[in-house]
Ligand binder design. Sequence first.
Ligand code: SF4
Ligand code: SF4
Length: 224
Amino acid sequence: MKRNVDLREISDGRLYTAEDMVRADCHDCQGCSACCHGMGTSIILDPMDIWRLYRGTGMDFSELVSRGYVELGIADGMILPHLKMREESDACRFLDPAGRCSVHGYRPGICRMFPLGRYYEGGGFRYFLQVHECRKNNRSKIKIKKWLGIPNIKEYEGYIRDWHDFLGQCEKGLTELDEQNARTLRIYVLRIFFQDPYEGEEKDFYHEFRERLRETEEKLQLGR
Ligand code: SF4
Ligand code: SF4
C-alpha cells in the first residue's frame, strides 16, 4: 500500500540495501507485541505470503479467510488480502495467548521487515528504517538480509519488485475501465494470484508466480 509521507519525518533519512547493517534488531521482541496490535488493514499480503502461510499452517487461501485470519480489502484500487485483527483485543489473529507470533517461521513479508519499510524508486526499491514505530530503544545493528531471514534474497527482491510493478500497472489500467470491467479485473487478479493455490518449494513458487504474471500480462495486455 502506498503512503504519502515525507520520508525525512518517519525515517533516519537513509536508504539501505539488503547488504547494509541497520539498527533494526529488537532482540526477539522480549515480551513486546506492540506491532501485532492495532494494525488495522495495513499488513497487506502478497502471493508469497499466502504460499508461506499455506506451507506453515496447512490452511489455503479460502481457509485463511473463512477462519478469520485474513480478510479482503481495497488497496490502491485492487482487492488485496490483509491480516485480520481480533475485534476484542485488536491483536493479530496469529498472536498466541503468550504474546508470541504463532506463525513466526512463515510470517508475512511486512512482519519480517518491521520496523523497516520499502521505498520504491527507479524500477526497484530500497529499505528505510521507521524510527517512530518499534517500542524497543536498544535495538542493535543487523544486516538487512539476515533480519528478513528469507533465503535467496535477490530472487525475493526481484519478485517483490515485479509484484509491485504489476499492481501499479493494474492501478493505472483501472482508470480506463468502467466499474463493471474494473470489478472483473480485481476479481481476476485475486483469483489468479491468491485463490489458485501454489504448490511446491520456494523455487517452484517463484517459477509459478512468473508464469502467472506472464500469462496475466499477456491477457490483460499490460506493457511493462
Ligand atoms: S514494536 Fe518492536 S519490539 Fe515490539 S513487537 Fe514490534 S518489532 Fe518487536
Ligand atoms: S503474523 Fe505474527 S508477526 Fe505478523 S502481526 Fe501477526 S502475530 Fe505479529
